[in-house]
Every structure is written in C-alpha cells, then in structure tokens.
Design a protein around this ligand. Structure first.
Ligand code: G4P
Length: 285
C-alpha cells in the first residue's frame, strides 16, 4: 500500500504539483472512496481547481453500501457537484465518465468551433488522496498499449499525456493529495478502509470504532463471522471486542483480535459498508 506519512513540507509540495498539473488540463477528475466519500476528500481541491471543470467519482462502489451510495449521489447532485459512481478495478462506469466529460466541455468546444477552431482532445488529470484507486482508474481509462502523445512545451519533465481514443488525453501521473486528518473519527475511517498507514493509529481504537459502526448499521454483518448472538450485541463496544477476541481463540489478546477484525473488514468478510453517513433521505427517489 503506497501510504506515506504527510508532513507540512509534503503537503505544500503536493499542492504545488497539483496546481502545476491543473494548469495543463481542461477537466479535473476527483476520485474518492465510496465507503468514505467525505472523509476521503481533500477540501483543498475546491481551493486549487479555480475555474477548471471538475468531475467527482465515487470509486469502489462494489465495496460500499448501495443505499448510502445512492444518498451520497443525491446529496452531491443537490450541491451542484458533477458526480458519478465507478468501479475502477472492474472498469465499470467508464463510458459514463467519458460522456460526462464531453458534456462538461461541450459548450466551450462549441464556442471554439463557431470561431473556426478545430476540436482537440479534452485534457484530463486525476486527483485524490492515496488508495482511492487513481492508478487503477488511469490504467483502466487508457487500457493497454496506448501510445503517448508527443511532449508538449510547458509540460513538466517526465510528465506524459496518455491518449484515450481521439477524444481525450490524460496526464499519466495523478495529483496525490494528503488525507485530511482533522479528527480521530476521520482517522479511524481512513484506517478501516486502508487509506492510511496502520502504524498511525492504535488498531484497538480502530477496531472499537468499527465495532460501533457495524453494530449500529450492519448488525448481521458483524454477528455472522464472529458467531455473536443478538444479546451479545447489548454489550459495550469494549466488552464486545473482548468477546470476539475469545471467540477467535485469541484468549485476552485483544490487539491481535483488533488487527483481525480490521483485516476481515478490508477483505470484505463483513460485506459492503459505508462509514460516512449521507446527510440526506431518499424520499422521492
Ligand atoms: P491510488 O493510485 O489512488 O493510490 O490507488 P490504487 O489504484 O493503487 O488502488 C488502491 C487499491 O484499491 C488497490 O488494491 C486497487 O486494486 C483497489 N481498487 C481500486 N479501484 C477499486 C474498485 O473499484 N473496487 C475495489 N474493490 N478495489 C479497487 P490493493 O489491495 O492495493 O491491490 P490489489 O488488491 O489490486 O492487488
């Protein structure tokens, strides 16, 4: 997992590099993890994107709670954000992405066409925090064996454009932003989904956080793998962790059990889940 610890120097550099890349493109594609759509955003995107067109993609929807994904989509649409869902790993949703990008640029290109300017490929970059699937998405978009276009003046050394058919050109390296680590809750969410290094947090804290969310929203998903009864769920989070520790045969080694629970969640053993709760209902949808 390509997670690094971020220091102010790293952040300033990442911001600078993202701004440099942004200058080159028409549309910025912001990838977030559909399981934590808000917690995997970095608000700096809004600050640095300026007037550039933006498309937000909720990736890894195969792992997320479908109802929450629906709610988040509705929420972002109501906020006036251009948003789509994708599954970069399986390449799902990419045709809709291409169509949406074309629609975003249609007016501008029509104006240019009216002035006699020939259409050119739409230039794109991908932006997001680590582990949201940026590389996977880029690889899926370009498919295999795509030729790169010639170097252009003004393109940072080592930066290449990857052609996607005749309509798009994509910067080969994404803009990588730091995960916002505003509070313990966001940190826990990033940790559960594997977006930050495990060593940054205590795994027992992360496991207790996960137990609390799953017992509240995904009760059966928590009960099944650990053989918990309905009455077991009346225990406190800590006692539930200790019970799961015993059920796993780890005696009182709750740290080992915590690691296992997080591993199980990441491996999908507890099914699909979303840790950020959408502030919206689905009435009328
Ligand atoms: P990044 O560039 O933003 O850091 O992310 P990257 O593409 O490296 O993807 C991070 C992890 O997320 C990878 O898993 C990748 O396979 C997985 N991933 C990306 N998109 C999706 C998706 O739509 N659904 C699911 N389920 N997973 C996705 P990994 O464990 O690091 O590697 P591997 O399991 O692919 O070997």
């Amino acid at each position: 997992m390509a997670t690094i610890q971020w220091y102010p120097g790293h952040m300033a550099k990442a911001k600078r590099e993202a701004i440099e890349k942004l200058k080159l493109v028409d549309v910025v594609i912001e990838l977030v993890d559909a399981r934590i759509p808000e917690s995997s955003r970095n608000p700096i995107v809004n600050e640095i994107k300026g007037q550039k067109k933006q498309l937000m993609l909720l990736n890894k929807t195969d792992l997320a709670d479908p109802i929450q994904t629906k709610k988040w989509m509705k929420y972002y649409q109501e906020e006036g954000i251009e948003v789509l869902t994708v599954e970069a790993k399986d390449g799902k949703g990419l045709n809709q992405v291409k169509a949406a990008i074309k629609a975003l640029m249609a007016e501008e290109f029509e104006k240019l066409a009216a002035k006699g300017v020939r259409p050119r490929p739409i230039r794109l970059m991908v932006l997001g925090i680590p582990n949201v699937g940026k590389s996977t998405f880029i690889n899926r978009m370009i498919q295999k064996n795509q030729a790169e276009t010639a170097n252009r003046p003004g393109v940072t050394k080592g930066q290449r454009w990857l052609k996607i058919g005749n309509d798009f050109e994509l910067l080969d390296t994404p803009g990588i932003l730091w995960p916002k680590f505003d509070n313990q809750e966001i940190g826990n969410k990033l940790a559960v989904t594997g977006a930050i290094k495990d060593s940054l947090l205590h795994m027992d804290d992360v496991a207790l956080f996960a137990i609390n969310i799953f017992r509240t929203y995904y009760t059966d998903a928590l009960r099944k793998p650990y053989g918990l009864s309905a009455t077991d769920l009346e225990l406190s989070d800590v006692d539930l962790l200790l019970l799961i520790t015993k059920k796993l045969g780890f005696k009182d080694d709750y740290e080992r059990a915590s690691e296992r629970i997080i591993f199980d969640i990441r491996a999908g053993k507890l099914g699909r889940y979303t840790l950020d709760t959408a502030p919206i209902s689905l009435e009328g949808v």
